[in-house]
Design a protein around this ligand. Structure first.
Ligand code: B1M
Length: 206
């Protein structure tokens, strides 16, 4: 696990992919690989960035290495999509390019049987509204990683209300700077600390 963490921190995408497969072959679970190596590796990268040891390019290659490892895990994490639990629209809010956490939420939802409509990153409020109108999902999942973009979540909720769609969909929010207090403040229905709790909440929505 430590080796995989190092490979991701150092931005070795090929090495990350190979090591994830080796760990799976050794019987380590996909969840453990995620929780004990891939996510901690990104936390380490964040620390290195904050302390000035890493710059944007290093952060980017590390993110690519994480995503390469995640690619191997995705089919395993998303197993069990035999029945449809309904639709979920997800996306990262406007101005924000961070999509790894949002992708994890999508994989968890797929694993729970949801049909996931992923709008990607840097998504404007109006685009969320159009998707909710078109797909009529049970849940709308918003992700934000920057303190400067998290307010975009409030804009989405306001836009849904203006469009007369707020009552039709449950809005869940998450991402590193998001808290329960913020979620309550902006009128979201649910705050998810991680992708598993987001999926568990979505399952409870009728
Ligand atoms: Co950026 N970045 N970044 N970055 N980046 C952070 C977020 C930062 C904390 C790093 C730091 O300074 N320590 C910092 C934000 C500071 C702040 O706002 N207070 C930061 C900064 C400053 C920036 C730039 C501004 C840097 C610059 O340009 N000077 C820039 C902004 C670009 C933009 O978005 N407009 C930038 C750019 C980037 C990259 C593009 C290089 C890259 C992203 C690549 C990508 O996503 N494709 C990147 C990365 C990789 C990070 C860190 C290192 C890792 C993020 C990550 O993927 N974590 C990050 C440091 C950190 O978070 N420790 C950092 C792993 C991921 C699984 O966790 O997304 O939190 P996370 O998801 C979790 C939960 O939060 C939750 O579930 C997941 C786990 O199960 N969750 C949800 C997430 N969404 C959810 C939604 C839900 C429910 C749960 O319901 C819908």
């Amino acid at each position: 696990m430590e080796q995989l963490k190092t490979l991701v921190v150092e931005g070795d995408a090929k090495g990350s992919e190979t090591r994830v497969q080796e760990l799976l072959d050794q019987g380590v679970t996909a969840t453990d690989i995620m929780q004990k190596a891939l996510i901690p590796a990104m936390d380490k990268v964040g620390e290195l960035f904050q302390s000035g040891e890493y710059y944007l390019p290093e952060m980017l290659v590390a993110a690519k290495a994480m995503q390469q490892g995640l690619k191997v895990l995705k089919p395993i994490l998303a197993q069990g999509k035999a029945h449809s639990a309904g639709k979920a629209v997800i996306g990262t809010v406007k101005g924000d390019l961070h999509d790894i956490g949002k992708n994890l939420v999508g994989i968890s939802l797929e694993g729970a049987g949801f049909e996931v409509i992923d709008l990607g990153a840097d998504v404007a409020a109006e685009k969320f509204v159009v998707a909710v109108r078109e797909h009529e999902p049970k849940v709308l999942g918003l992700s934000a990683l920057l303190t400067t973009t998290m307010l975009g979540m409030r804009e989405v909720i306001t836009a849904l209300t203006k469009a007369g769609l707020r009552q039709n969909v449950k809005v869940m929010v998450g991402g590193a700077p998001i808290t329960q207090r913020f979620a309550t403040e902006i009128g979201a229905d649910y705050y998810g600390a991680d992708s598993t709790s987001a999926k568990d909440y979505a399952r409870t929505v009728q």
